[in-house]
Design a protein around this ligand. Structure first.
Ligand SMILES: [Zn+2]
Length: 205
């Protein structure tokens, strides 16, 4: 698929379902790939508006703003992103954003460095509510609401933590990009669901 047709497909996804952060995230990535930095910045700004806790989107927003020649705004986005990533313990985007700020000689906000305790799942067993993420085994960080309607949304709410769900959103975007999945078709949707089940280890739940 060419960049242009890919972008058209994601533009359709984003406008068909304007409150779906995944659509805007995918579109932003496609714009970024085509070096349409201003457009990418608009898409990622929409993602963080819809989901202020998606740390990876701040990272890409910063990249897009910098590409568009807006270094000050880029620094602002990454600084916010580091705060979010720090709060959620998203190590990879956190380090990437901190490295980027350092490379610009911009101040890097202080953040916690992980401890062995924070990295390991809690040893004290399931939380009072009995939630334990089926992918990472953590007893905390349950989603506050189902991510979409239907049985699958309920299943994810009951079994997948917020961190793993957000990781899937990043991964799902890659799957769509790399396979050129058309989510408007049944085959595309089925393939996407299959990857999601595998990634979240939901098959045997
Ligand atoms: Zn998890």
């Amino acid at each position: 698929m060419t960049d242009d047709s890919r972008i058209k497909q994601f533009e359709q996804m984003a406008s068909a379902d304007p409150d779906n952060e995944l659509g805007h995230f995918s579109l932003g990535r496609a714009y970024l790939g085509a070096e349409r930095f201003d457009d990418a910045a608009v898409s990622f700004a929409r993602v963080v508006e819809l989901n202020p806790k998606m740390s990876k989107a701040y990272q890409l927003l910063g990249e897009a703003l910098d590409g568009a020649g807006k270094r000050t705004d880029a620094i602002d986005a990454l600084t916010k992103g580091i705060g979010v990533a720090n709060e959620l313990g998203d190590r990879m985007p956190l380090e990437a954003m901190a490295d980027k700020l350092r490379s610009w000689d911009a101040p890097v906000p202080t953040y916690e460095t992980p401890t062995a305790e924070a990295e390991a799942p809690a040893a004290s067993g399931p939380s009072a509510a009995g939630f334990r993420c089926c992918r990472c085994g953590r007893p905390d960080g349950q989603l506050e609401k189902r991510p979409f309607k239907g049985d699958m949304g309920e299943k994810i709410l009951a079994n997948v933590c917020n961190g793993c769900w957000r990781e899937w959103i990043g991964q799902g975007t890659k799957v769509i990009n790399e396979l050129g999945l058309a989510l408007s078709s049944k085959e595309g949707q089925d393939a996407y669901d299959q990857y999601m089940l595998e990634f979240l280890q939901l098959e045997e739940v």
